[in-house]
Design a binder for this molecule. Sequence first.
Ligand code: KIV
Ligand code: ZN
Length: 513
Amino acid sequence: MRSVQFFDTTLRDGEQSPGVNLSMEEKVAIALQLEQLGIDVIEAGFAVASQDDWKSVRQVALSVKGATVVSLARAVEKDIESAREALIGAESPGIHVFLATSPIHRTYKLKMTRDEVVERAVAAVRLAKKYFPHVEFSAEDGGRTEKDFLCQVAEKVIEAGADVINIPDTVGYLTPDEYGGIFRYLKQNVKGIEHVRLSAHCHNDLGMATANTLAAIEAGVEQVEGTINGIGERAGNVALEEVAMALVTRKSHYQVTTRIKTEEIAKTSRMVSKMTGMFVPGNKAVVGANAFAHESGIHQDGMLKHSETYEIIRPEMVGQTKSLLVMGKHSGRHAFQDKLESMGYQFSDEQLNQLFIRFKELTGRKKRIEDEDLISLVEERWGETEEVFSFDSIQLSYGSRSMASLRLKDTREDKMKEEAACGNGSVDAIFRAIDRITNEKVELEDYKIISVTQGKDALGEVYVKLRQGEHTIQGRGVSTDILEASARAYIHAVNRLLFIRKGPGQRTEMPVG
Ligand code: KIV
Ligand code: ZN
């Protein structure tokens, strides 16, 4: 059987989703999880875009050992040099050079002729090949490019040393038939095409990204590019978990193998969703909360008689297992550590101590601790930066004008700080009180609550998005009390803001796609 490689661009195309802004720590945590998932190539970012992006690409490259790590680069020397420096020391470094080829991009965006495009692409791939063992070239908007010109570009960049040729459907315009047809055409008409890996990269503007990617596999591509949960520009990229599960579930049809460990899918999806603040809809294929839920009597009856009546994927195959954590307020640190390890988490002693404190607080409030509760506590701390302010306590009085009194610890001065504020509702009052303590002027751009488990004592998770000048920052907080979770989320975001403001470099530009 032919093998198909998975190229994940959650940290680049995915991070281009409006409002998503991952910290370096979060990117490294996601990259390590992508490695666990069995991703072959991780696009860590766009090194030249800003100093923060550069540092993230570098840190991911130095942390990941089991996958090729690439940086995106425009077909210009400056980008290629920046990627080269960021990837020095990586176990398996690579570069992803792109240049638009379609008439509309050539005429209006690049203002370049066909010959100039070919010349620029060739020069960029030649330079990239001097530094990198793995060079991918993408013909941006390849899906809307004249086929004869696409062949010309592909042939020339292969001669210049490209190892992978990617044809993106940048604007999600093509039908499966048309997209598969492009690869068949290239295979028949490009000299040297048998020496490179062909790659598919689909956007989901018409909801056809998964069908198009699968059509490309049928047409012979050996690499697929996409993101976890399908996040990305506009309507997003293809959801890699959907492609992976289609290939496994319909193996006899597609006849290909992959390195994806499907049982890591749920964990990866949850991590990306939490860190980006982009919730997965309940009915989303493979990873939605309802993907394995059966509501109607007829379906439940069928499931009891034989699960395959209504279930084509077993939840365990994607890592959706459910078990009760048989621990309560008398459980010790050791049992807690064992449980986390059995769930695939590893922590330093210091991290474990912090988590154990939060776990103990939770056992005082909630009788039944489920795996989801524990996962939420763990994930609350993922990618955490320096904690300048830490939550201590909150008091509220509710009325036509709510009032909140808050106590936070300012770790810089090792001092408790207390403030009260009135607001238009409890959440507003809490946020105003925090603003008084932190002395930061921020705007609340988004606020979301989800319940982690069911029941009156369910954990609530709150996400906030704050803006200060050019900085947009997300924060998350977890508690059985959603008002406390709101305070924690807001404080988390402020801590991240202070951390980011300390460091250099904001994003200056990002490419289409
Ligand atoms: O969609 C696209 O064309 C892209 C390129 C930058 C490869 O993401
Ligand atoms: Zn793209």
